[in-house]
Structures are given as structure tokens and as C-alpha cells.
Write a protein that binds this ligand. Structure first.
Ligand code: ZN
Length: 254
């Protein structure tokens, strides 16, 4: 068959470009309500980003469609086909973004969804973390973590944020505590730091096999996220390799 770069890619056959921007209905920064102590007003992570307006917002909304999943690469990236080309999605970064926004919404509603554990989880903490847990009981409770001193360096976790699911609690706490131990932080800052650690631990790891259904489900949730382009730490979530780039490489076009 002769090369026909003019007809490649077939228009309308492939999915639309994705993701492009924030959901136009959710461009405003959440406002704080209630007493200042409980104001979980988390700053948007991309400073200076101008929310789209008018026709551009409509265009973005139209383009915010879920790409077709081709498969998983190296148990780390979701490979997708879009109208513009090949889209790679970092599964951990994508899930981290989704979990972070869910946790933030739950906290902003002033009611972190808490799951009471039927059997309290016994933790043996090192001396430093044990001291920090004792000093930060109130902060931890505000994050949905109910942890009780049992004697010595032993603690009992009685309730956890429902969205966190299965995490390695010793590692989680050893990463969380230094983040919330700093003095002079606002409640909003404390919450944001805590949410980033929680999201990282609550998100699917790189190196984990995902089924097609799981990948499609994740991309659906990501498409609905406020800031789908970056993980809460600011790392990119997607990498687009455009047809133009691919065609140039294969010398179908100059
Ligand atoms: Zn991250």
C-alpha cells in the first residue's frame, strides 16, 4: 500500500485531545467558611494560572474526553490513543491527583470521611515519631486519624481516613509527622502538606499491574479532576507524543 501521509490520522476516527485544562465549572479557589481554625482553604498548586473563560472554556470542556486505553507500559504508564497522537499517563501521578482532590473535598466539607477500624491497629513507633504523635493528637484527629497512646512507644490506630484504604501505617506516619510538625503553619498549609503525603500513600504505585477496567476508571476520574495535568507535588501526569512528531521520525512528512 502506498504511503499517504495526507490521510493520516483519519479524521474523526481517533479520540479527541485530552486533558487540556481545568473543569470550567470548578475554576474558583475554594473559599473558606466557618471559624478560621477549621478553614481548610488550600491554595491551588499552579500559581499564576489563569482560568479559561468564554469560548476557550467551552473548547476545553469539549476536549475533556477520556482517551482510549491501549494498555499498560512497564506496569507504570497507561498508554492511550487520542486524536492528537499517543498519550502516556503516569499511573501513580494520575491516581495521586485524584486521591488528593477527593481527600481535599472531603476535608473542606469539614467532615473527613473516617473509617473506624474493627480491630485497632497496633503500631510500634520509633522514639521521635512517638513523641510527635503525642504532641500532634489534635492535628491528626482533624485529618481523620485517631491514634491512641498504649504505653511506651506503642500506639493504637482506631480510625483512619476512609479514602486511604490499605497503607503501610508506620511508613506513612514517619513521612507525615515531619510535614505537620513544623511550627507556625496555618491550618490550611498543614492540611495541604498532610494531604500530599496521604495522596501519595493512598495512590496506586508504579510497578503495579492494572486491569483495563482499572485504567479506564482512573482516566475517567482524572478527566473530572480540577487540575489533571499535575500531581499534587507538581510533577506532570501525562506526556503527549503527537502524530506530527511520530510522522516526522518515520519520515512520512518533512
Ligand atoms: Zn506527586
Amino acid at each position: 500500500m502506498p504511503d499517504d501521509p495526507g490521510n493520516f490520522p483519519e479524521p474523526g476516527f481517533l479520540l479527541r485531545s485530552w486533558p487540556l485544562g481545568r473543569h470550567p465549572a470548578e475554576v474558583s479557589v475554594p473559599s473558606s467558611v466557618g471559624e478560621p481554625r477549621k478553614s481548610y482553604d488550600v491554595p491551588v498548586e499552579v500559581p499564576g494560572r489563569v482560568p479559561p473563560e468564554g469560548p476557550r472554556a467551552e473548547e476545553e470542556a469539549r476536549l475533556r474526553e477520556i482517551p482510549r486505553v491501549i494498555g499498560q507500559l512497564g506496569k507504570t504508564y497507561i498508554v492511550c490513543e487520542t486524536e492528537e497522537g499517543l498519550l502516556l499517563v503516569d499511573q501513580h501521578a494520575a491516581h495521586e491527583r485524584v486521591v488528593y482532590e477527593k481527600l481535599r473535598r472531603s476535608m473542606e466539607a469539614h467532615r473527613p470521611e473516617v473509617q473506624q477500624l474493627l480491630m485497632p491497629l497496633e503500631l510500634e513507633l520509633n522514639h521521635r515519631d512517638a513523641g510527635a504523635v503525642m504532641a500532634l493528637q489534635e492535628e491528626l484527629a482533624s485529618l481523620g486519624i485517631e491514634i491512641e497512646h498504649f504505653g511506651g512507644n506503642t500506639f493504637l490506630v482506631r480510625a483512619v481516613p476512609a479514602l486511604l484504604g490499605q497503607v503501610d501505617w508506620e511508613t506513612f506516619l514517619s513521612e507525615l509527622l515531619p510535614e505537620i510538625r513544623m511550627k507556625g503553619m496555618s491550618q490550611g498549609e498543614l492540611l495541604d502538606r498532610a494531604l500530599k503525603v496521604m495522596a501519595c500513600h493512598g495512590a496506586v504505585r508504579a510497578g503495579k499491574h492494572m486491569s483495563m477496567q482499572e485504567m479506564e476508571g482512573l482516566l475517567e476520574e482524572l478527566a473530572a479532576a480540577d487540575l489533571p495535568q499535575n500531581c499534587p507535588h507538581g510533577r506532570p501526569v501525562t506526556k503527549m507524543i503527537r502524530y506530527r512528531e511520530i510522522e516526522k521520525f518515520f519520515k512520512r512528512i518533512v
